[in-house]
Design a protein. Structure first.
Length: 416
């Protein structure tokens, strides 16, 4: 499944159920290494990146049963050096480091892979673990780490807000000796979900979701059950699908309060938004949206993972709109593909300017990462004629059954 044939000129209408959050599920799976008791996790999304983390955990020795609920028995984990071929596939692999150090006092991890959205440094992860007592050196693309005894709790001020590094510190501090304070921490909902999961297992974490997280180290963790939060980026992607196709879509089993900045921009584009306890409806009522000026930022700011989808929205909207990405400076590889479909977009450093192009034309386009793939599929759903979207394997890394969900909303996507 690496190529879609997509018929355009579609209005997308109907109901879609949102899956669990990939970016909460991946770190939570790695946190299972911190305990020896059984863990049960609900609402795990069926995506490739989760499959890769499960393969890594099984390679480390964990016993895993995957039904509607995911059962993990981490008691048999006996390996502290996961294989290159798995670690290399995803950025999330960096989150295996701190739990392995906690469990074995040593770890050997190849440098992680990840989306092609610019360099993906891990200096904040490494420096933080060293501050907490680890000895770490990099050699031949590999991280060699060790620690005598437990991590020691510390006050850590994050020079740069980092979701990944905040998670790494939280996982190292959970079983550390003493108190760790993460100042200028990332505040994403996924961070809160991870803290809730660890507290269910007996951790003592307060302040997650704010700029200051306090973690009082405990001696050991027990087992427990957890339900992963809904995927806010999948939700935002389907809401944009309604807006660009002048349609009307209801997203179910989602969390509106995780999308405040996105909903604010969508209503400013002229969309009619209705929200309930666990659902969001966007009704464009057949109108052309209005262009927006957006600047991405750490949560609760506008998410960088919605940048590509809103570039498409701006392209077909009335007027001229700009988007500046302050998180990833060159997350614009998709622009060339949208231009092949007739879009008029200019790039200037980390800002794009989109000029009104209400009608896109079909083309032969290529995905370069997860969010680009979703955006090009949506662009093809509204373009004139049949568009071929290549390298759609990026999509299934983070969107569960994306083409099936879209076809149920009126799209016409065939897999080649
Ligand atoms: C997480 O990536 C997400 N990935 C990304 O989603 C998301 O875009 C990003 O957070 C920002 O919200 C996962 O959760 C698996 P960061 P992460 O550390 O942790 C720099 C998707 O599409 N930085 O918050 O890698 C970094 O280069 C993906 O689902 C360092 O300089 O992001 C970036 O400019 C894409 N040194 C900024 O910080 C470090 O050690 C924020 O990155 C770490 C990060």
């Amino acid at each position: 499944m690496d190529k879609f044939f997509i018929k355009g000129n579609k209005n997308l209408n109907g109901h879609v159920t949102i899956s669990g959050s990939k970016n909460a599920a991946l770190p939570i799976l790695f946190m299972s290494i911190l305990t020896k008791k059984i863990i049960k996790i609900n609402n795990i999304p069926n995506v490739i990146d989760v499959d890769i983390v499960i393969k890594i955990l099984k390679n480390l020795g964990a016993k895993i049963k995957q039904k509607k609920i995911l059962y993990i028995d981490p008691s048999s984990i006996n390996n502290f050096s996961p294989p290159y071929n798995l670690i290399k596939k995803i950025r999330a692999s960096i989150w295996v480091l701190a739990p392995l150090l906690t469990r074995f006092g040593k770890a050997k991890i190849f440098l992680p892979g990840g989306c092609n959205i610019g360099t993906r440094p891990i200096d904040l992860h490494i420096h933080s673990l060293i501050k907490l007592g680890a000895k770490i050196h990099l050699e031949d693309n590999c991280i060699y780490a060790s620690i005598t005894g437990r991590f020691k709790g510390k006050y850590i001020f994050m020079e740069k807000i980092s979701v990944g590094a905040t998670i790494t510190i939280m996982s190292a501090a959970t079983l550390a000796q003493g108190l760790t304070i993460i100042d200028n921490a990332a505040q994403e909902p996924e961070i809160v979900d991870i803290a809730n999961f660890l507290n269910t297992l007996g951790a003592n974490i307060t302040g997650a979701g704010s700029k200051k997280i306090l973690i009082k180290g405990v001696l050991k963790l027990k087992g427990g059950t957890h339900r992963i939060i809904p995927d806010r980026i999948e939700t935002g992607t389907f809401l944009v699908a309604a807006a660009i196709s002048k349609g009307n879509i209801v997203c179910h089993q989602t969390e509106p309060k995780h999308l405040k900045s996105v909903l604010k921009k969508l209503s400013r584009s002229g969309a009619n938004i209705y929200i309930g306890k666990d659902w969001i409806k966007l009704d464009m009522r057949g109108k052309q949206p209005r262009s927006l000026n957006i600047c991405t930022g750490p949560y609760p700011g506008f998410p960088t993972d919605m940048q590509t989808q809103f570039a498409l929205l701006n392209t077909i909207s009335k007027g001229v709109g700009s988007i500046t990405d302050t998180i990833f400076k060159n997350r614009f590889k998709y622009v060339a593909e949208l231009i092949k479909m007739g879009a008029k977009i200019k790039i200037n450093e980390n800002t794009i300017t989109c000029y009104e192009t209400p009608i896109l034309s079909s083309s032969n386009v290529f995905c370069t990462d997860l969010r680009t793939a979703a955006t090009l599929v949506l662009a093809a759903c509204i373009a004139q004629g049949i568009t071929i979207v290549n390298h759609t394997h990026h999509l299934i890394r983070g969107y569960e059954s994306f083409h099936k969900k879209l076809n149920k909303l009126g799209a016409d996507i065939k897999i080649v």
